[in-house]
Design a protein. Structure first.
Length: 195
């Protein structure tokens, strides 16, 4: 009986040792130093030159795709907040005037949410020019999406706004903003992981 127990124990020990060796090899092969060594040996075998990898992050200006807002946006765009402080959404729409924007937003939101126009709570109605004047972003067109600022920095961007317009340049600018924010988030995560 003792021999069987010792044989099982020896088998488990050998299996554990094999697992440790396999894990060690896996960790070693995933390390940056191993990958760099592999790249150097591959380059030497090929006899060609390799292009060194530059760990330089793109500047804010380089990362921007450069969508330009249409003239229609610049002359007719309005942004309005809908709801209450705890449940608030941002709405973008095109209108001929401030009064028309208020009326169109009220009617559209009442229809969307199946409520009467009297129940629609709108506030902070602002035109394109007002949003540009009050914003702080380097790219003036991105100022449309600023919701809160802390000094010279934007602390909150418009999340999931409702676009009551078919202007593709406005949608493109919003997509550009969120692509850049996602890039910055990924770069920060990679930097933290490397540290």
């Amino acid at each position: 009986m003792v021999r069987i127990d010792l044989a099982v124990l020896a088998g488990v020990g050998i299996l554990a040792l094999a697992c440790l060796v396999a894990c060690g090899m896996y960790v070693y092969r995933c390390s940056d130093s191993y990958r760099a060594r592999k790249r150097r040996t591959r380059a030497q075998r090929r006899g060609g030159r390799t292009i060194p990898r530059l760990d330089v992050s793109c500047s804010q200006a380089e990362a921007t795709i450069g969508t330009q807002l249409s003239d229609r946006c610049r002359t007719s765009l309005y942004r309005v907040m809908f709801g209450h402080a705890d449940d608030e959404s941002i709405v973008f729409l095109m209108a001929a005037s401030r009064d028309a924007a208020q009326k169109e937003a009220t009617e559209a939101l009442a229809a969307i949410h199946c409520i009467t126009p009297d129940e629609v709570c709108l506030h902070h109605l602002a035109s394109f020019r007002e949003l540009i004047a009050s914003g702080v972003s380097e790219d003036e067109d991105l100022r449309l999406f600023e919701v809160a600022r802390h000094g010279p920095d934007v602390s909150l961007w418009a999340e999931h706004p409702l676009f009551l317009t078919d202007d593709s340049t406005l949608l493109g600018k919003w997509a550009e903003l969120y692509a850049d924010l996602a890039r910055q988030l990924a770069a920060n995560a990679i930097s933290r992981a490397r540290a």
